[in-house]
Design a binder for this molecule. Structure first.
Ligand code: ATP
Length: 237
């Protein structure tokens, strides 16, 4: 049984249908990529999954529970976490306080301390900068903090919205490695939303291409990398 099952999800902003009856699933331990151009509906899908945007239709099942009507905080408690597009850090707070904000709902303090050490081990640069104001960090470092903050909530399913956006290629490679490690070493399930389709498809077990709010292609990451339609539309081949 999949850990997450999305059926007929629809998201509307007034008259605009940003997501149109999409369906996809995430199995335990998988990296699932959602690729597509600007405005395809990727972020709206993640926002509906975490509960920041209401679903105008459809059903969301997570860990065998219908979460469609649950508020965002309850979804986080159940194990969903989002690292949002544009990072959305508290720029005038320290890196450490940003990380701790991500774990504010976790009662087990010892576990929280362990997770903090795991985040530092994953991103040594975040450890070095832990006392600095988050707003003073480079874009890549801020992205690491944003992922770390989501990890502090102890998710079972981590959702990453455009982690490579506006970041230097060398740092993108570091972040990609961290995503792989989280999945391989900790067995964490991940939904990766990316405009950088090549990066996402290399990392993904399963991938879905979105256009105008609809799923237009699905397959294993390597299948879509080899698919002429995907190559032409998203990979510039
Ligand atoms: P991006 O990479 O730009 O985030 P995306 O694939 O994530 O693209 P969405 O951000 O989900 O796409 O946007 C899908 C559509 O919904 C677009 O037409 C966008 O302009 C519109 N949209 C997104 N958020 C809102 C909002 N809060 N109010 C109105 N329209 C919105």
């Amino acid at each position: 049984m999949p850990m997450l099952e999305v059926q007929d999800l629809t998201v509307r902003y007034g008259p605009l249908q940003a997501v149109r009856k999409i369906g996809f699933s995430v199995q335990q331990g998988q990296i699932v990529a959602l690729i597509g151009a600007n405005g395809a509906g990727k972020s709206s899908t993640l926002k509906a999954l975490i509960g920041l945007t209401p679903a105008a239709g459809g059903t969301l099942r997570f860990m065998d529970e219908d979460i469609t009507a649950l508020p965002a905080a309850a979804r986080v408690t159940r194990g969903l976490a989002l690292s949002p597009e544009g990072r959305r850090l508290f720029g005038r707070m320290t890196v450490l306080d940003n990380l701790l904000a991500g774990g504010h709902g976790v009662r087990d303090r010892a576990r929280l301390r362990r997770t903090l050490q795991e985040v530092y081990a994953l991103f040594p640069r975040v450890h070095e900068r832990r006392g600095q104001l988050a707003g003073s960090l480079s874009g890549g470092e801020q992205q690491m903090v944003a992922i770390g903050r989501a990890l502090m909530a102890q998710p079972r399913l981590l959702m990453l919205d455009e982690p490579s956006l506006g970041i230097a290629p060398k740092v993108v490679a570091e972040i990609a490695l961290a995503i792989e490690r989280l999945n391989r070493d900790s067995g964490l399930s991940i939904i990766l939303v990316e405009q950088n389709a090549r990066l996402a498809l290399r990392l993904a077990h399963q991938a879905y291409a979105l256009e105008h709010g609809e799923v237009v292609r699905t397959g294993r990451g390597e299948e879509l990398l080899a698919d002429p339609f995907v190559q032409k539309a998203y990979l510039g081949v």
